[in-house]
Design a protein around this ligand. Sequence first.
Ligand code: PRT
Ligand code: ZN
Length: 283
Amino acid sequence: MIRLAVQSKGRLNEESLRLLKDAGINVDDSKRKFLGKASDFPLELLYLRDDDIPGVVADGSADIGIVGYNEIAETQADVEVIRRLGFGKCRLSLAIPKGVEYPGLEWFEGKSIATSYPSILRRFLSSKGVSSDIREIRGSVEIAPAAGIADSIFDIVSSGGTLVSNGLKEVETVLESEAVLVCRKDLLPENKPVLDSILFRFDAIQESRGKKYILMNIPSERLSEAMALLPSMRSPTVMPLALEGWCSVHSVVDDSSLWATVESLKKTGAEGILILNVDKVID
Ligand code: PRT
Ligand code: ZN
C-alpha cells in the first residue's frame, strides 16, 4: 500500500484528483476526510494543506505527494521530484509599484520585500549580491506596498491580474513552478512496483495531452502527398476502402498543428475527416 499526499482544498486539489481518476485510481473523494483509500488500487490518500506535503513526504509519513514545485523549493524538503505534472503552472516574481522606475535588480538594495516565500527569495538575492529587508507575511502579500508594510513584494503570479489590480508591476521572475510528483528518499521496496504502475499511468496521460487522433478517406493516387503531411507515432495507418481507388488514413497529430494539417489534407482531396480526442498513449 502506497500513501499519496494531496492538497485537501485549494488550487491543486481538483486536478490532482482528476489525474488519479484518469489513471484509473478511484478514491472516495469526500474531502472532509483526512485519509481516503482507493477502491481498485493499493493506494491511500492523505489530504493535507499544501505547506505540509513536502515535510510529510520527507519524513516518510507519506510515500509520495502532489504539490507545487514552489513549496519544495521553499522548504528544501529532502524528497525526490520524479515528475512534472503540467498543471498548477505559475511563477514566483518580484513586483514593485507600477509608477516606480525600475533600473534593474539593484533597485531592491536596502528595500523591504513582503513575501510568503522568504527562503527562495533569500537564496535568490544572496546569489545576486543584493541585500534587502525580507518581511515574511502569510497571505494577501499583494496589498503590502499600498498598506505601507513593504516597498515591494515577492509572490506567486499566474495571469498577472492580481498585480495589476493592486497597482504593481512584475520586474523579475525568480522561479517557474508547476505541480510535481515527489517521492520519499527511502521508498519501501514493496512500494516500488506500485509507484512504477502510477508513473506508467501518469506518463500515458501526459503523453496524450495536446494530441488528436485523425482519420480520413483519401484518393489512393494522392496518398503519398497526404502521408507527407502526417506525422505519426510510427507511421500513419493506411487501409484500403471497399470502394476502388480510395483508402482510409489514420494518424496522431499535435493540437498545435491540427488546423494547418487539416487544411492541407483537404487540398489533397481528403474527405470524411474525423478528429477524436486521445485519452492515453502507451509507447
Ligand atoms: O490551504 P492550502 O495551504 O493548502 O493552500 P494555499 O492557499 O497555500 O495554496 P493555493 O491553493 O492558493 O495554491 C496551491 C498551489 O497552486 C501553489 O503553491 C502554486 O504551486 C499553485 N498556483 C498556481 C498558485 C497560483 N497558480 C496562483 N495564481 N497559487 C497561488 N496563486 C495566487 C497568488 O498567490 C496570487 O494571490 O493567485 C494570485 C495571482 O494570480 P494571478 O492569476 O492574478 O496572477
Ligand atoms: Zn498553503
